[in-house]
Design a protein around this ligand. Structure first.
Ligand SMILES: NC(=O)c1ccc[n+]([C@@H]2O[C@H](COP(=O)([O-])OP(=O)(O)OC[C@H]3O[C@@H](n4cnc5c(N)ncnc54)[C@H](O)[C@@H]3O)[C@@H](O)[C@H]2O)c1
Ligand SMILES: [Zn+2]
Length: 441
């Protein structure tokens, strides 16, 4: 049997792409990162195309994003290298934006948004939707697509804007990834959970066939605009909910963030992570600014190299092994962050049982969780549910469990071995004995 392998680079010469082997570089021109591998056999040719796709997106903090003097909402996605484009767009035609906004957020901030657009002479269409977990399905996506189509947008220069919590951002993201195969979109998170989590990565999605986020895509927004002033209208429970994801990052990889949440957690809750203006004029980073910044930075570090989640070893999955099952079992009584926290609390006991955490470290973590007003135990989180979740997880993780566990305060490792039933049972018994009466749900 004959076999003949070749690797080709692609070079653009006078508008045409031509294949070139590394040895024979006859034509000069723009070199693509893509490669074509050719394998000839008796049966014919097999071409393998390797085409790296680069996603670039910006995550931008901004204060008072709905102030008409603030450019961010309209132009924050345009980088310095594209400033020219902004000028051209500005001069030749009116600025046009399609906005999907969570219904509650619309009640609270809709008039400010209208004022913003009117004062800047933007041609706009606002679509308020009940973007709740129960409604997070394809129908909502279709509704958005129909409205976008009717309004008409220029796919290249008029990004769709999503303003709301994680549900709104996920649903609009999916619609944008479908419209004309991929239309740029912008995320403006208004809950703490979506600010530190859903905003930072590339995932979009809706629930389907009884499964959470079963349909979706990995398409990042062109930009995310972060403005903490939206948190002022959030109920305290929603703040605690978001804090759980911040604590996750602290436990996995940032000792400083853990100490901040441990010492200042309550204060952060009460202030809804708002910064107080310093009268000294000296810009010192306060705990609200520092904690949210670190949460985002650590999250970006973990997501950027693994945007499509090809690597299954993910520290960001801490708290997400048992919680999906628990969330679906008790819907809608637990919020996502609360379920995540119950999962993390149990895993802290597992880590202690395996000798990875000292008793004092375990104690400090649980106290920190309680300080953030997060539940640390739940009666529906039974040992059979834990075992079922871990087995489910095993099925979908290429043969080994890949369990992130803390190995200190702000340090973690991913363990590939299945934990023995002994360790699991002992950890579960201690967890229940010590925390069942914690006063939380
Ligand atoms: N794509 C991702 O990477 C990712 C990451 C984490 C979570 N998620 C998804 O995010 C969703 C959870 O997001 P969430 O916790 O933001 O929930 P959510 O979107 O349901 O919002 C929570 C509630 O807060 C209200 N609300 C939003 N902003 C408000 C404001 N500023 N003031 C007052 N009320 C406000 C909403 O109307 C809603 O009732 C889940 O569906 C989850 O799957 C996605
Ligand atoms: Zn989560």
């Amino acid at each position: 049997m004959l076999s003949n392998n070749s690797k080709f680079n692609l070079v653009q010469v006078k508008g045409t792409w031509v294949r070139q082997t590394e040895r024979c570089q006859s034509a000069q021109g723009k070199l693509s990162d893509a490669k074509i591998y050719e394998n000839k056999s008796d049966h014919g040719v097999c071409w393998t195309v390797v085409s790296p796709i680069v996603f670039t997106y910006r995550v931008i903090q901004s204060k008072n994003i709905l102030d008409p003097k603030n450019d961010t909402l309209l132009w924050g996605h345009v980088g310095e290298e594209e400033e020219e484009l902004k000028g051209t767009i500005n001069n030749s035609k009116p600025v046009k934006r399609f906005v999907v906004i969570d219904e509650t957020v619309n009640q609270l901030y809709g008039s400010q948004l209208i004022q913003y657009f009117e004062s800047r002479e933007v041609v706009y269409r606002m679509l308020p939707l009940p973007t709740t977990e129960e409604n997070k399905c394809l129908e909502l996506v279709t509704k958005i697509l129909e409205e976008i189509h009717q309004f008409g947008i220029d796919r290249r220069s008029e990004p769709i804007i999503a303003i709301g919590g994680g549900v709104c951002l996920d649903v609009v993201g999916l619609a944008a990834s479908l419209y004309r195969r991929r239309t740029p979109y912008i995320k403006v998170p208004t809950t703490l959970l979506s600010y530190v989590d859903a905003s930072v990565g590339a995932k979009t999605g809706v629930n389907f066939a009884g499964g959470k986020n079963k349909l979706g895509s990995y398409v990042p927004p062109v930009a995310t605009f972060l403005d903490r002033s939206f948190f002022q209208t959030l109920p305290p429970r929603q703040i605690s909910n978001g804090m759980a994801e911040m604590l996750k990052m602290a436990l996995m990889k940032h000792h400083g963030l853990f100490e901040l949440l441990e010492a200042e957690g309550r204060k952060l809750l009460l202030s809804k992570l708002q910064s107080c203006e310093s009268d000294s004029g000296v810009e010192l980073e306060d705990s609200a600014t520092a904690s949210t910044r670190i949460a985002i930075e650590t999250m970006l570090e973990e997501l950027a190299p693994n945007l499509w989640e090809d690597d299954l070893d993910r520290l960001v999955d801490f708290g997400h092994l048992i919680s999906p099952e628990l969330e679906m079992t008790v819907l809608p009584t637990l919020l996502h962050g609360e379920a995540v926290n119950i999962d993390m609390s149990f895993m802290v006991y597992v880590a202690h049982q395996r000798g990875l955490l000292t008793a004092d470290e375990k104690y400090r973590i649980i106290q920190c969780m309680l300080g953030l007003e997060l539940p640390v135990w739940h009666q529906e989180c039974t040992l059979p549910l834990v075992q079922k979740s871990l087995n489910e997880r095993l099925k979908h993780s290429a043969g080994s469990l890949r369990m992130p566990l803390p190995t200190g305060l702000g340090r973690a490792e991913i363990f590939h071995d299945m934990i023995g039933d002994n360790v699991l049972c002992q950890a579960y018994q201690k967890w229940t004995a010590e925390l069942a009466s914690s006063g939380n749900k």
